[in-house]
Design a protein around this ligand. Structure first.
Ligand code: C2E
Ligand code: MG
Ligand code: MG
Ligand code: MG
Length: 288
């Protein structure tokens, strides 16, 4: 009967929900154990100065080497870590590990670390950063903390106070994924950020869509008027670099100049190679 079929569909739906819930519980349990099991790794992606084409620093990006699942990417576990509060412990590990790794690099290089909303609210954030800076001897100016607009949406007064205490230490603060939130412009006057990171969704089409180009142009000019630097995220093609340079963007980050990788190549300080388009093995002529 129709009623029977309806009941069956509900039963199947509930079974599927059970599977989803159980999968999430498993992920949470594994995540709880991941630090003790030493399954977390930091990979580093270069940030490149557009004037000199030299690396100015690296962003630390989490990778979870799960014994059964393989490498789990942050988009698959950061939200679970955030919802369960595990992100506080995980984030403190990230800060300590990134600063420790940076002791191996040239002193001209900065290290960027992402912070999530729960971390911002945690009373242990500032002490953790103070201690990690003291223990590693890394100059506070070399540490860049990346936050997103979501941090300014909730508990904004408390979070802005925390941002000021961090900045009083000499640490730099970047606004990540700029342009993807709800009222970006409003957040720009809530705190004097050191840097705006322009989200990849605009950068992707900078050379093919006039509206994306116009938005990036405005953001760069806005940032400059506010005394902030700009980094374009997700740069994959030389044409994007060319357009960004004309618009006066300060830095780029993206697959064109390197994916996030294990620390090994954080010591190569040569300017990044000028990219040459290739078809098969033959190089195309590059316009002068
Ligand atoms: P994000 O901070 O905006 O980091 C940039 C993301 O874009 C990284 O993804 C990076 O690998 C990717 N990316 C960089 N260049 C390119 C490119 O040219 N093309 C494309 N398609 N992608 C590019 P990833 O590593 O998967 O991280 C995703 C997000 O997870 C990060 O976005 C950040 O919000 C979060 N995350 C990563 N590590 C941490 C962490 O230690 N703590 C916290 N709270 N969040 C983290
Ligand atoms: Mg980031
Ligand atoms: Mg980003
Ligand atoms: Mg992003």
């Amino acid at each position: 009967s129709a009623k029977g079929a309806g009941r069956n569909r509900v039963a199947i739906f509930e079974m599927e929900m059970d599977v989803v819930a159980e999968e999430r519980r498993n992920l949470e349990l594994d995540l709880r154990a991941s630090l003790a099991e030493q399954e977390m790794r930091l990979h580093y992606q270069p940030l490149v100065d557009l004037k000199t084409l030299r690396k100015t620093g690296f962003e630390a990006l989490l990778r979870w080497e799960h014994p059964q699942r393989g490498v789990v990417m942050p988009n698959e576990f950061i939200s679970v870590a955030e919802e369960t509060g595990l992100i506080v412990q995980l984030g403190e590990w990230v800060v300590r590990q990134a600063l420790e790794d940076a002791t191996q690099w040239d002193e001209s290089l900065s290290v960027a670390v992402n912070l999530s909303p729960s971390q911002m609210r945690s009373t242990s954030l500032v002490p953790t950063i103070v201690n990690a800076l003291a223990q590693t001897g890394i100059a506070p100016e070399r540490l860049e903390l990346e936050i997103t607009e979501s941090i300014l949406m909730q508990d904004s007064d408390v979070n802005i106070r925390t941002l000021h205490s961090l900045r009083d230490l000499g640490v730099r603060i970047s606004l990540d994924d700029f342009g993807t939130g709800y009222s970006s412009l409003n957040y720009l006057r809530s705190f004097p950020f050191d840097k705006i990171k322009i989200d990849r969704c605009f950068v992707d089409e900078i050379d093919s869509r006039d509206d994306c180009k116009a938005i990036i142009k405005s953001v760069i000019s806005l940032a400059r008027n506010l005394g902030m630097k700009t980094t374009a995220e997700g740069v994959e093609r030389q044409e994007q670099v060319d357009a960004l340079r004309i618009l006066g963007c300060d830095q780029v980050q993206g697959y064109l100049y390197g994916k996030a990788e294990a620390m090994d190549n954080c010591t190569d300080l040569r300017p990044v190679e000028k990219w040459v388009p290739r078809v098969g093995s033959a190089s195309l002529p590059v316009a002068a």
